[in-house]
Design a protein around this ligand. Structure first.
Ligand code: NAD
Ligand code: GLY
Length: 350
């Protein structure tokens, strides 16, 4: 078990990598917590969850919305929750976002423990305190910053996860390498040498301590970035690499988060290249790695529809956006890009 600490404005968020999730009750008295989970997980983990006060949300991105949050508030009132209570988010990125949002708003703030059950949530979304919910077609447009007191990442939870969810999640870990650590990107390239086809990637990832290494390194990178810019006013934005276009694709086409980010990253890499930063060779390396891992890279999207959503993007100020580019693999750069320029580049590229 490894402990990684994230220092934030209000204390320390403790992130355990490979701590058995059953040890939750060592951290908090079970009489004083409520678990938020989804309809898939309640079935798979009923042996663990049945004994706790639980709120079950329908599984899926489309339920990360305010009407679900209102129902959760009602159930917390029914459970007579007071300010001493702790909320436990037991689920993927959707549930951790929902639990974080509820924990920061109900009674102006409850303690929060995340037990992320997807690779995406263990490597990214459960860490760092951002909690977003969707409104209309806009992703994560309503949200708060609220750091969890603890995060318990247990790789055993990932054994019940469908393969396509593991594959999709790797996109965010590859992103961590792209924006912050060439060494981590090369780790994935070396892993790629070991696989004969995208199909056997997942069995290799579950061998030895590969999964644990990926989670540990991705968490360390996220912690380093977030500690320097908790409120996302400067360099934390590098974590949004591939997300401006990726989020729009996710909203329009309903793809998995990681799959959309994979397409968004290849597009952002090509834009970086077009603007004279990233080399042709590095664009190919990125595309090859994602594609060999079975992630989509060549999806043709509707540029007008994507641009329409970007215009409403919460990161936009006036007629330009902060767009994350790559100078090289392992080094990101935030540039202000006018919307018209972005649209022209996309039309040139596709
Ligand atoms: P998800 O939460 O929808 O989970 C994917 C599916 O896997 C769901 O059907 C879920 O029920 C199921 N599942 C989860 N754990 C399982 C397990 N152990 N065994 C079997 N099935 C399991 O998707 P996700 O990819 O984990 O998260 C995506 C969400 O995360 C998006 O809403 C995205 O916006 C958000 N996100 C947030 C941040 C942040 O910083 N807050 C960062 C990245 C992504
Ligand atoms: N997932 C981007 C961030 O946490 O800032």
């Amino acid at each position: 078990m490894n402990l990684i600490e994230l220092n934030h404005h209000n204390g320390i968020s403790k992130i355990f990598v490979n701590k058995p999730y059953q040890h939750l009750t060592e951290l908090v008295d079970e009489r004083e917590f409520v678990v938020i989970t989804d309809t898939n997980l309640i079935k798979i983990y009923q042996d663990f969850l049945w004994k706790f006060k639980t709120i079950v949300v329908p599984a899926g991105e489309q339920f990360k919305k305010l009407s679900e949050i209102e129902q959760i508030y009602q159930k917390l009132i029914d459970y007579e929750v007071n300010r001493e209570y702790c909320l436990i988010g037991f689920g993927g990125g959707v549930i951790c976002d929902i639990a974080g949002f509820v924990a920061s708003t109900f009674m102006r703030g409850l303690k929060l423990i995340n037990i992320p059950t997807t690779l995406l949530a263990q490597t990214d979304s459960a860490i760092g305190g951002k909690n977003g919910v969707n409104f209309l077609q806009y992703k994560n447009i309503i949200g708060t910053y609220n750091q969890p007191d603890y995060v318990i990442c247990d790789t055993n939870l990932l054994k019940t996860l469908p393969e396509k969810e593991i594959r999709s999640a790797l996109a965010e870990s590859i992103k961590a390498g792209l924006v912050y650590s060439e060494e981590f990107f090369v780790y994935f390239e070396n892993l790629n040498q070991k696989i004969s086809s995208p199909q056997n990637l997942i069995s290799i990832i579950f061998e030895d301590d590969i999964l644990e290494n990926i989670i540990k390194t991705a968490v360390q990178i996220k912690v380093s970035v977030v500690e320097k810019d908790e409120y996302d006013v400067s360099n934390r934005r590098i974590l949004n690499f591939g997300h401006t276009i990726g989020h729009s694709i996710e909203s329009i086409y309903g793809m998995r988060h990681g799959e959309s980010i994979s397409i968004g990253m290849v597009t952002a890499a090509r834009i970086s290249n077009k603007l004279g930063y990233l080399s042709d060779y590095d664009v190919e390396r990125i595309k090859n790695l994602l594609s060999n891992f079975g992630l989509p890279v060549d999806f043709i999207f509707d540029i007008n529809l994507v641009m329409k959503l970007i215009e409403k993007d919460k990161k936009r100020s006036s007629d330009s956006i902060n767009f994350v580019l790559l100078e090289r693999i392992g080094k990101a750069k935030i540039a202000e890009l006018s919307l018209s320029n972005l649209k022209n580049i996309l039309n040139d590229l596709y």
